[in-house]
Design a protein around this ligand. Structure first.
Ligand code: ARG
Length: 399
């Protein structure tokens, strides 16, 4: 019996060549393609997979599952890798791996395969996620071991085997897209000094060319979930995100340019576009600061965003640690209801107003007007006691 493998298939050159390469080595290849909001037409995928040699091609719409189970928990953690990257590509890998594992089980395959290279993070995410869910599956990563030394050699092999190769001149970038954002690498971006050329960007207008008029957007949250944009309610979170990408992208919001530490030890220059995520992070953080008491808010900021981001970036999605972090952030999310008003203007997003039924902002306590209800005299005793350690220190130093 042929060895069966489920391959994560994008329809690009690499994964198409992988189909044929595995077939030649005696595997029966079933491709799996997910719609995670990359905005590409997937109707031709099955035909393409089969003409490369696949025996079956599965295409699934995972947009809502991706938005609810992967993007939303990451938003609730305000997770940014190295303080900047909203983890777009890192989030789709565990979901795709989960589906590969499910289909391997359903279709009796002992192998899963992906098209990641040996120096990236994605291989780690695919493989750790797969093994966490089924340690008996074997993972194949042909790109790590095959003989092609250049793209030209790969194209030559593809042409020899009638694998469809796009005739259009492709951009020099390696691009990964889903509804949470676009990751752009390679080509001219490999020089960290060089400003990203305009053609590297797909979803955002250059801030230099963005509208001269600011646009205001109101985002409404219910128990930590975005439910409405500009007064329009959404049944599906994925649709809200896609609309917000378009809206904020027009204003050039959400471009990120950074050098990041990859898992495999190298630094790489990465460019991202994440308009919706950027706006939602600003909005969520602002609402959180309004509804959480000081102790909880400070604990959250110190312990969650960086740690959560590392867990996701490093491929540990299916770990008890991530699940425990989610329990913590979902318990806080219950307080996060209300509205945030933001201004979008030429690459910037700025919160300009917030309100919540759970707001802890008490005007009588905050005001400097005659309505002031704060006990000013208590301030003297408080300051005296709070400052005691420094006063003691000052005395000892002096003496
Ligand atoms: N550096 C990012 C990450 O590791 C993006 C990876 C994107 N992958 C790609 N094939 N372009 O999450």
């Amino acid at each position: 019996m042929a060895k069966r493998v489920i391959l994560a298939y994008s329809g690009g050159l690499d994964t198409s060549v992988i189909v044929r390469w595995l077939t030649e080595r005696g595997y029966e290849v079933i491709t799996y393609t997910a719609d995670v909001g990359q905005g590409e037409e997937l109707t031709e995928i099955p035909q393409k997979a089969k003409s490369s040699g696949a025996v079956e091609a599965i295409v699934e719409d995972l947009k809502e599952e991706f938005a609810l189970e992967y993007c939303l928990p990451t938003l609730r953690a305000l997770a940014l890798y190295e303080g900047r990257y909203p983890l777009t590509a890192s989030l789709s890998r565990p979901l795709i791996a989960k589906k590969l594992v499910e289909y391997a089980q359903k279709l009796g395959a002992d192998f899963v395969a992906h098209g990641s290279t040996g120096k990236g993070n994605d291989q780690v995410r695919f493989e750790l996620s797969t093994w966490a869910l089924n340690p008996d599956l074997e993972v194949l990563a042909p790109v790590r071991e095959w003989e092609f030394r250049s793209r030209e050699e790969e194209v030559e092999y593809a042409l020899k085997h009638q694998i469809p190769v796009k005739a259009t001149r492709e951009k020099p970038y390696s691009i990964d897209k889903n509804l949470w954002g676009v990751s752009i690498e390679c080509g001219p971006l490999e020089d960290p000094w060089q400003e990203p050329p305009e053609d590297a960007f797909e979803w955002t207008t250059s801030p230099k060319r963005a509208p001269q008029e600011a646009e205001y957007v109101e985002v409404e949250f219910e128990e930590g979930k975005p439910v409405a944009l500009k007064g329009k309610r959404y049944q599906k979170l994925s649709e809200l995100i896609l609309d917000l990408n378009a809206l904020a992208g027009r204003h050039g919001v959400g471009r990120i340019d950074m050098v990041e530490n990859r898992l495999v030890g190298i630094k790489s220059r990465e460019v991202y576009e994440a308009p919706a995520a950027t706006v939602l992070y600003e909005a969520y953080r602002d609402l959180l600061s309004l509804v959480l008491d000081r102790f909880t808010f400070h604990y959250f900021l110190t312990h969650i965003p960086h740690e959560y981001a590392k867990v996701v970036y490093e491929g540990l999605w299916f770990s008890p640690l991530r699940v425990a972090f989610d329990a913590f952030t979902s318990s806080l999310a219950k307080y996060v209801s209300g509205r945030v008003r933001l201004m979008l203007y030429r690459g910037h997003v700025q919160v300009v107003g917030r309100s919540s039924p759970r707001s802890l902002y008490v005007e009588d306590l905050a005001t400097y007007s005659e309505k002031d209800a704060f006990d000013h005299r208590a301030g003297a005793s408080f300051t005296k006691v709070f400052g005691l350690p420094l006063k003691v220190l000052g005395r000892v130093k002096k003496g």
